[in-house]
Design a protein around this ligand. Sequence first.
Ligand SMILES: NC(=O)c1ccc[n+]([C@@H]2O[C@H](COP(=O)([O-])OP(=O)(O)OC[C@H]3O[C@@H](n4cnc5c(N)ncnc54)[C@H](OP(=O)(O)O)[C@@H]3O)[C@@H](O)[C@H]2O)c1
Length: 269
Amino acid sequence: MPQNPDYPELEEARSHWRWQPPAGCLAGKVILVTGAGDGIGSSASRTFASYGADVVLLGRTRSKLEAVFDWIVANTSTDPVIVPCDLAHLAQPNADALANSIMDHYQRLDGLLHNASALGPRLPIAHYPVHTWNEVFTVNVTSALLLTQSVQPLLERGDHPSVIFTSSSVGRAGRAYWGAYAASKFAVEGLMETFADETEAAGFRVNSLNPGGTRTPMRRAAYPSEDPQSVPPPENHMDLYVYLLSEYSRGVTGQRLDARTWAGPPNPA
Ligand SMILES: NC(=O)c1ccc[n+]([C@@H]2O[C@H](COP(=O)([O-])OP(=O)(O)OC[C@H]3O[C@@H](n4cnc5c(N)ncnc54)[C@H](OP(=O)(O)O)[C@@H]3O)[C@@H](O)[C@H]2O)c1
């Protein structure tokens, strides 16, 4: 069992999982998670640490990152670090500085979860403000490109590194009023497929993951009148996240996965 004495949500979620990851299956791995302070990123960070990974917690709000950091230190024997960073203002020099600090601390990176996203307003294309469009694309697409470029040398030092780009249902089929968010998720899919094709020969795994409707602050912002209990918590999807970052998904690359329809590893591990 992973070390998770104080994570009842994860314990509860396991009954919904389609794959039971072996204890410690992420031990020795270094994984960078963006948007690690809340929602799916917070859950993913605590889950990865529970399975043994050292997690680099990148996010916008320091106090939220500190809460995740404190939980990991109190409940696991892993070595997390906090990287406060607003991806809306990420430029190549600070992305490179971030990569250098990971290099100093861990000497490599085995996994990268691009998770942080901006939702933007729900407006028709006819009235979508271009400056807001650009802000959403900066966070959802351009920062993912910059971060990927800066840490690629670190990933090359890892063992069959795994990169996950977070998509959405509206990044696979357009939907009215989802504006820049939807278009940016289509771009994320294109970035994933291009990078996957470029790095397959080097042993990289690069995939996109659509969590589907999940009980988080973003979901509440998108559907304010919805009963939060009607959508699953992030922990319910964590089997797929752990699978993609573990040894068990070697050879899986360039795929668009959906947490709601994933049936578990093709050959049960
Ligand atoms: N929840 C769903 O139903 C759903 C469905 C489909 C896809 N997704 C995707 O899943 C991913 C996670 O979604 P979520 O629902 O967990 O979102 P969330 O509840 O809004 O949490 C996102 C996290 O990302 C951080 N973040 C946002 N903008 C940032 C920036 N500019 N720089 C650094 N960090 C930033 C947030 O920081 P703060 O805490 O400081 O705000 C927050 O910690 C997103 O890519 C989203 O598009 C979610």
